[in-house]
Design a protein around this ligand. Structure first.
Ligand SMILES: Nc1ncnc2c1ncn2[C@@H]1O[C@H](COP(=O)(O)OP(=O)(O)O)[C@@H](O)[C@H]1O
Ligand SMILES: [Mg+2]
Length: 280
């Protein structure tokens, strides 16, 4: 079986801001259809920069960006093509929202694509529904709570019906309930076929949610199954990440003989409950 072509892929990408040192160099990052990918790394490590390169907001100084295996052209046509496939939700919703009302804001992207009014209306309704903010359609964005503004910003990206939805620290600033609601929304989007990439500091969330991890450290970018990478102490140290609690619990259970060989370590509190039922 051949591996399918990644939807979007950075190949040996390097980037430096004007007059600054290299933020990223020689970074390759392939996003494959249907995956849930967590991008982790220290503060200032280059996560946001990497996400902006992947979504076309920044252009790599070296290396290339491929969409469906073809080099992206950084002209109007090429970038429009990229943006209909890949959408970035920036970390601060106030950097993204600008229209008077939620519905107007969410309609901006599809309208800009020149879609017929009826199609725009349909997409806006669908995106508001997906983010569970239909009731906020006519609300001025500046009167929304932080969590609601985050949802409105994500709805704006979802209305573009991207194949890859990229989010920069989407759970930052949300309370536990808001985080759970967001994860449920992401599960629904994934079930509908959307590939999701998120930058996060939250190793526990990454282990629970992602099937693939991408870890930025001074040594470069490592990608692989989340459960494997997030159990590598040296990598976590290099990226200044904490060890996920579930990894520690898994080790303890193994040393105590409570986790049989070949049984995967728990990744969530629910996994742990199931294990406890079995040993109890
Ligand atoms: N607009 C910018 N101009 C100059 N330097 C920047 C800019 N944005 C980020 N940087 C620098 O690039 C590095 C990586 O930042 P960033 O990609 O935001 O990391 P992260 O998202 O992992 O915290 C940092 O050293 C940061 O100071
Ligand atoms: Mg950042």
């Amino acid at each position: 079986m051949t591996t399918p072509t990644p939807v979007v892929e950075l190949v040996c990408a390097g980037f430096a801001y004007e007059d600054g040192p290299a933020v990223l160099s020689g970074v390759s990052f392939a996003v494959r259809e249907g995956r849930a990918v967590a991008l982790l790394g220290r503060n200032g490590g280059g996560k946001t920069t990497l996400l902006r390169l992947l979504s076309g907001g920044l252009r790599p100084g070296e290396g290339t960006l491929l969409l469906d295996g073809e080099e992206v052209a950084y002209d109007r046509k090429g970038l429009t093509r990229l943006r209909t496939s890949v959408q970035l939700v920036v970390q601060d919703p106030d950097d993204q929202l600008f229209a008077a009302s939620v519905a107007q804001d969410v309609s901006f992207g599809p309208m800009n694509l020149g879609l017929p009014e009826e199609e725009v209306r349909l997409r806006v309704a669908e995106a508001l529904e997906a983010l569970d903010i239909t009731a906020l359609a006519d609300r001025p964005t500046h009167l929304l709570s932080y969590g609601q503004r985050k949802r409105a910003a994500i709805a704006g990206a979802v209305a573009m019906r991207p194949r890859v939805l990229i989010m920069d620290e989407p759970t930052a600033g949300l309370d536990p309930h808001g985080q759970e609601r967001l994860l449920e929304t992401l599960e629904r989007l994934r079930a509908a076929g959307t590939t999701v990439v998120m930058a996060t500091h939250d190793v526990d969330l990454a282990l629970r949610w992602a099937d693939e991890a991408a870890v930025l450290s001074p040594a470069g970018l490592r990608t692989g199954p989340a459960a494997d990478l997030l159990a590598e102490d040296a990598l976590l140290d290099a990226a200044r990440l904490r060890r996920p609690w579930a990894v520690s619990v898994g080790r303890l259970l193994r040393t105590q003989g409570l986790l049989p060989e070949g049984t995967p370590a728990p990744r969530t509190a629910e996994d742990l409950d199931l294990l406890l039922d079995r040993v109890g």
